[in-house]
Design a binder for this molecule. Structure first.
Ligand code: URA
Length: 211
């Protein structure tokens, strides 16, 4: 299942961070805001239980969302850090994990996973935050690794932008996952970057690494 989050405030933020003249502070803020809004969008799909609450003046009908206590958010380093900051504003009770991964700079853009620290994933709703789904090789390797570590109830991917080649590879190898994204962009360039896309999200958020 692929869901494009087309809420006007998400799309306004996405438009803003696409601008090549944006500075680092506003780029990061835009990604954080998108993470928060995607979190709200996803939380609204979770099962709601009707409850009553005693107010100082009477009894009111309300809801509880038990599934919000059963969530693990996984940050794919380093680009997902601001996206997860936004998501964490919604899923306050979630557990968090990190995976350090990178892909080779030339075709076939093979992925390498270097660091993994995850809580128990058994029967949890696992949100994998990775801003850009480009070739899909890195995310595919990450999903294999996640499934080796435990059997989540559900795996949901949060992308800011996804491209067709990545979507295809993920649904071919992991047809059960759900992808939430803010845009499906046209294509990849020869360096494996999404076009029109955003550019290098890690560099835009944090600066170019020199080591
Ligand atoms: N990673 C990025 O940061 N940008 C892309 O376009 C693709 C992968």
């Amino acid at each position: 299942m692929l869901k494009v989050v087309d809420h006007a405030v998400v799309q306004k933020n996405l438009t803003r961070i696409r601008d090549k003249n944006i500075d680092r502070v506003h780029f990061r803020q835009g990604i954080i805001e998108i993470g928060r809004l995607m979190g709200y969008e996803y939380a609204n799909t979770l099962e709601k239980k009707p409850i009553t609450v005693d107010t100082p003046l009477g009894t009111a009908e309300g809801i509880e969302i038990d599934a919000m206590k059963n969530i693990v958010v996984i940050s794919i380093l380093r680009a997902a850090i601001p996206l997860v900051e936004g998501i964490s504003k919604v899923f306050k009770e979630a557990e968090y994990g990190v995976i350090g991964a990178w892909r080779s700079e030339e075709p076939p853009f093979n992925a390498k996973i270097e660091y993994i620290k995850l809580p128990d994933l058994e029967n949890k709703i696992v949100i994998v935050a990775d801003p850009m789904l480009a070739t899909g090789h890195t995310l595919n390797a990450i999903l294999n690794e996640i499934k080796n570590k435990g059997m989540p109830k559900k795996i949901v991917i949060f992308n800011v932008i996804s491209a067709e080649p990545g979507i295809e590879i993920i649904f071919k190898n992991h047809p059960e996952v759900e992808i939430y994204t803010c845009s499906v962009d046209e294509k990849l360039n020869q360096d494996g970057y999404i076009v029109p896309g955003l550019g290098d999200v890690g560099d835009l958020c944090f600066g170019k690494p020199c080591l």
